[in-house]
Design a protein around this ligand. Structure first.
Ligand code: PGA
Length: 249
């Protein structure tokens, strides 16, 4: 019932030359059994959408502003991303929360704007190392979900990514039990807030050091509907292994 999603976040990496990775990915996966999404830097959204054409891979942004337009130098609105060919956007990535001091309420406003623009919105949450050590992971996730996800969320327009901050780009991965505990918790929270019909349809991604070599076991965990992948999404050869693992899960 939930279509699995392999999402790549290129972060601040890639130039026009990187479109060869998109070509390679389309060649390897012309008709994937799961949704496949790449979120390149904003400079490449239009080029990627044009490269993909009516191919199966979807294009997404990595962030958007909460307003639709105006005097916000350097920012990009959800409408602009949609206009450039994006159908998804990530909001609330921990690197935005940390580097740009984004609060849960900022993220909620961005998500509202993204949903209004017709984008599927990937809201990220996750605890720091210190928060996990202090046994406050579930409390942190609960607070982030409650304050970052707008009331307009549905099973179709919302995806939640659980990304423990200490696992991002570090090669450290939580145990499968830890991933399962948080994903089951997120599912229960969404069902409680939005009702079972909506809560059961929201896709939950795990993110943080996902690689072809650990994807199979992560995708077997309950309530893991895919992955948000940073480093291993940059090369088609690596990301392809993750897509295949998800298709076979
Ligand atoms: P990583 O990044 O796969 O490089 O750990 C994940 C993310 O930040 O989305």
């Amino acid at each position: 019932m939930r279509k699995k999603l392999a999402a790549g976040n290129w972060k601040m990496n890639g130039t026009l030359g990187s479109m060869i990775e998109i070509d390679a990915l389309m060649e390897k996966h012309p008709d994937p059994k799961c949704d496949v999404l790449i979120c390149p830097p904003a400079t490449l959204v239009a080029a990627m959408a044009a490269t993909i054409g009516d191919g199966a891979i979807k294009t997404g942004g990595q962030d958007c502003h909460a307003q639709t337009s105006g005097a916000h130098t350097g920012d990009i609105s959800a409408q602009m991303l949609a206009d450039a060919g994006a159908s998804y956007v990530i909001v609330g990535h921990s690197e935005r929360r940390q580097d740009h001091n984004e609060s849960d309420s900022d993220i909620r406003h961005k998500a509202e704007s993204a949903i209004s623009a017709g984008l599927v919105t990937v809201v990220c949450c996750g605890e720091t190392d210190a928060e996990r050590e202090a046994n406050s992971t579930l409390e942190i996730i609960s607070g982030q979900l409650a304050a970052s996800i707008p009331d307009t969320a549905t099973g179709e327009n919302l995806v939640v990514a659980y990304e423990p901050i200490w696992a991002i780009g570090t090669g450290k991965v939580p145990t499968l039990e830890q991933i399962g505990e948080v994903h089951d918790f997120i599912r229960a929270k969404l069902e409680k807030r939005f009702g079972q019909d909506v809560g059961c349809c929201v896709r939950l991604l795990y993110g943080g050091s996902v690689k072809p070599s650990n994807a199979d076991e992560i995708f077997a965990v309950s309530n893991v509907d895919g992955a948000l992948v940073g480093g291993a999404s940059l090369k088609a050869a690596d990301f392809s292994g993750i897509i295949t693992a998800l298709e076979n899960s």
